[in-house]
Design a protein. Structure first.
Length: 180
């Protein structure tokens, strides 16, 4: 037998010896002339007093995960951040008003046209239908042979309806100058 096996046996025997013999309690002896007192029988406990009632007033819901509140707050912050980012101009075309651009060329045919505009700094940009332009969320609606039509959304019409304001950018002929 190994040392470990001997150690286990030793401690188990020691525990049994320390516990002592288990004997039944001795019977209660009363003197011959004494009257044995009888304790009052225990009252039956009502079933209603054993039932526990939880009052949730002023206490948090113990079954609702506490992480949900954090997730909802985080989602709200993300949506607000996306709205702020959406409001920021995304391209140089959206950083200045439409009147700051000069239409310098239109190319293509009836199936598809592109236009070229020049800003005040002398940079050129190509436009196609749907390109955002201007500070008022305008978009290119049509490109015709001699002009570009931009639609800007407007609010505050009759009964709170929204509409679209059309702005035209005309192609200048040779020798014409843009009036400021």
């Amino acid at each position: 037998m190994t040392k470990r096996g001997k150690g286990i046996i030793f401690f188990s025997v020691l525990a049994l010896l320390c516990a002592g013999p288990v004997l039944p309690a001795p019977p209660e002896v009363t003197p011959k002339g004494a009257v044995k007192s009888v304790a009052a029988p225990a009252k039956p406990v009502a079933a209603d007093s054993l039932i526990f009632h939880y009052d949730p007033k002023g206490k948090p819901d113990p079954f609702k995960p506490f992480v949900d509140a954090e997730l909802a707050l985080r989602k709200l912050q993300e949506t607000q951040l996306k709205k702020k980012q959406h409001k920021l101009p995304l391209s140089p075309l959206q950083r200045v008003g439409i009147e700051q651009f000069k239409l310098v060329g239109i190319g293509g045919n009836e199936k598809g046209r592109t236009a070229v505009v020049q800003d005040m700094a002398g940079k050129y940009y190509t436009l196609s239908i749907g390109t955002p332009i201007g500070m008022n969320n305008g978009k290119i609606a049509k490109i015709l042979r001699d002009r570009v039509i931009v639609e800007e959304p407007t609010a505050g019409g009759k009964k709170g309806k929204t509409g679209a304001k059309k702005v035209e950018m005309k192609l200048l002929k040779e020798g014409e100058e843009v009036k400021p």
